[in-house]
Design a protein around this ligand. Sequence first.
Ligand code: G6P
Length: 606
Amino acid sequence: MCGIIGIVGTKPVQERLIDSLKRLEYRGYDSAGIAGVVGGHVERRRAKGKIRALEEVLAEDPLKAEVGIGHTRWATHGEPSTRNAHPQTAGRVTLVHNGIIENYAELREGLKAQGRTFESETDTEVIAQLLDHELDRGKAPLAALKATLDQLTGAYAIAILIDGEDQLIMGARRGSPLVVGYGEGEMFLGSDALAVGPFTNRISYLQEGDYVAIDHKGAKIFDETGKAAERPVTTVPASAALVEKGNYRHFMEKEIHDQPEGCQHTISAYVDPVSDRTRVPGEVDWAGLARIQIVACGTSFIAGLLGKYLIEQLADLPVDVEIASEFRYRQPALQANSLAIAMSQSGETADTLAALRYCQKRGMRTVAVVNATESTMAREVDVVWPIHCGPEIGVASTKAFTAQICVLTAVAIAAARARGRIDAAEEQRLVKVLLEAPRLVAESIKLEDAVRGIAQEVAKARDVLFLGRGPMYPLALEGALKLKEISYIHAEGYAAGELKHGPIALVDDQTPIVILAPFDSYFEKSVSNMQEVMARGGQVIFITDPEGEKHAPRGARVVVTAPQSDPLIAPLVLAAPVQLLAYYVAVQKGADVDQPRNLAKSVTVE
Ligand code: G6P
């Protein structure tokens, strides 16, 4: 989704605005722009497409400003175009915006009736026009901003320049995050800590409804009632180095390789490697709990589904998992004494946040499993279960997925122990198994060359099927999701037992079928399905472990043998070959791996 940066600088800002926008590219965007104060007036430069295109515009016509704002836009209202790109200008006001103004049509009509003309189709321009209108009525900038915000319904993070106010940037947030960065004689606004990361790690997170004015002297923050507010300045650990690609060609490749470390850090936070016992943060009355409700989107939903398999099997505790965008609108019946768990890498996904708030309103205790610990979800829940895999930049989630699974595996063990389903010795055995995961994931990543070899052929396919049973079923869904997200090949993940009820019709000798089958209690059944597709000419890519390889029938086109592991951690171990397959197919096809078309990293609109 859109990214924001604002700098009140003491030296030229053009390059720094661009640098910051490049760091925000991971959020997904389709146009970009910057604006700055030049000789007392605000000027802007914008371009459709990648930041490269904006750089070309700037090469022709540089922006010689020391105070400026920048934006990457992911189109919601109005097609991706230069005209709809931000910054948007109306009269004295130039601003950038993340989010959606829900009552924009009504406001736009009102403003038009007053003789105002619009140059774009965006909801953002409505904010600029409204603010300009309030300034025209003689209000000072902050008072005009407050009057404007009071008329808006919807979600926004905004950064604003005003003609004639050379040293000032104003900002506001509701629904979309905005941070204030404190530098040496310079001040910053950003849509997240990464945006201001190259300039400072001293940050204040604005709260819902806050608005702010920054200048060389510092920041004045106000709450939604207009009262001056203090927001603590924290030092964020996300150093710029953490988000470099290093020697990897793509962030996704790096992040696949980061997984042993991400799992390691995450597992260490949830189990004590000395006593081999779990230590899940926050108070949860596992024994008294009737049910768990997991809500999430995308890959986080799939991690949640895997959590259901783990928690129900180990702890005998019912778990419902639902796609947040369905859950939030269908008025689901909730059981008293249940725990709501939101799974979200970003902690900002609009549908997941709304589903979480729905649960909260109904009195449920809430947990967020997030990577961004300063995110809105993390701040709103009763308990935060962080994943510790470091910032994830590739739009297609990889290391967050495995770290989420690590958390849910530890939680399943903890719940099982607290509910008396396993004894202390079994808890210790399972924790030891979980502690083996980072090493085995690292081993599994070594399958890279073998997987790269298959990619060439898969890249030619029109459809690819992924089949699995038990915990391999969610992984089959993830394999199909990864492949379609980044290589644009149609792929379906299916429970292998459902094969005969539909997907078998797709099978012919042109269809690669990825069967995920470690040597577990489902193995025989999965092998039967393998026979069924081979009998119809299907080209099987059999992803298994050494025991599975020994027992598998002949006839698979390729066998990929991951390290042997306990079934508890097989989804973690088999995730790497599945992700690598999608990655190398996308590379083979020359696709934009880190920023696949139409997708965004953090979906802050519904
Ligand atoms: C987008 C991303 C996915 C991600 C999903 C949920 O669709 O492209 O990779 O899984 O959002 O995001 P979240 O931050 O809530 O995990």
